[in-house]
Design a protein around this ligand. Structure first.
Ligand code: THU
Length: 135
C-alpha cells in the first residue's frame, strides 16, 4: 500500500527533474491514482513563458494517458511548500468525483507540510451538464 511518505519521496524525486531555467522554482508532484499506481511530474518551462506546464498537470496527464481517471492524493514538493495554482486546482477537479475526499499535500524542502482537501482549495468549482458522458 502506498503511504503519503512514499508519495513525498516520489514528489521530491520528480522535483529534481524540473526544467525551470526561467523561474528557477522547481516543483515535483506525485499522484496516487485510483489504480494504486504513483504518477510523478515536474514543471516544464518554455522560453515562450505561457507554454509552461506545471508539475501537477504533468503528473495528472501521465495518469490519464495511462488509462486512469481518478486519484485520491497528490503531493507537491517545492522549496517553500507552495500551494497549487488555480489552473491545476481546476485540472485536479476534473479527475475526482468527491473533492472532499481528495487530499492535496504541500511539502517544503525543510519538511513543513500543509494538507487540504480539494474542496477546501477549490470551493464552488465550475461544473455543468457538459459532463454528461464519460467517454
Ligand atoms: N508551478 C507549478 O509547477 N505548479 C503550480 O501549481 C504553480 C507553479 C511552476 C510553474 C513555473 O514553472 C514555476 O512553478 C514558477 O511559477
Amino acid at each position: 500500500m502506498t503511504r503519503v511518505e512514499d508519495l513525498i519521496v516520489a514528489a521530491r524525486g520528480a522535483k529534481l527533474n524540473a526544467y525551470a531555467p526561467y523561474s528557477v522554482y522547481s516543483v515535483g508532484a506525485a499522484v496516487l491514482g485510483a489504480d494504486n499506481q504513483v504518477y510523478t511530474g515536474c514543471n516544464v518551462e518554455n522560453i515562450s513563458y505561457g507554454l509552461t506546464i506545471c508539475a501537477e498537470r504533468t503528473a495528472l496527464v501521465k495518469m490519464v494517458s495511462n488509462g486512469c481517471r481518478a486519484f485520491s492524493h497528490i503531493v507537491i514538493a517545492t522549496k517553500d511548500g507552495g500551494t497549487p495554482c488555480g489552473a491545476c486546482r481546476q485540472f485536479m477537479a476534473e479527475f475526482c468525483q468527491k473533492p472532499d475526499q481528495v487530499f492535496v499535500i504541500c511539502i517544503s524542502d525543510s519538511g513543513q507540510s500543509s494538507e487540504f482537501t480539494l474542496s477546501e482549495l477549490l470551493p464552488h468549482s465550475f461544473s455543468s451538464d457538459l459532463r454528461k458522458t464519460q467517454n
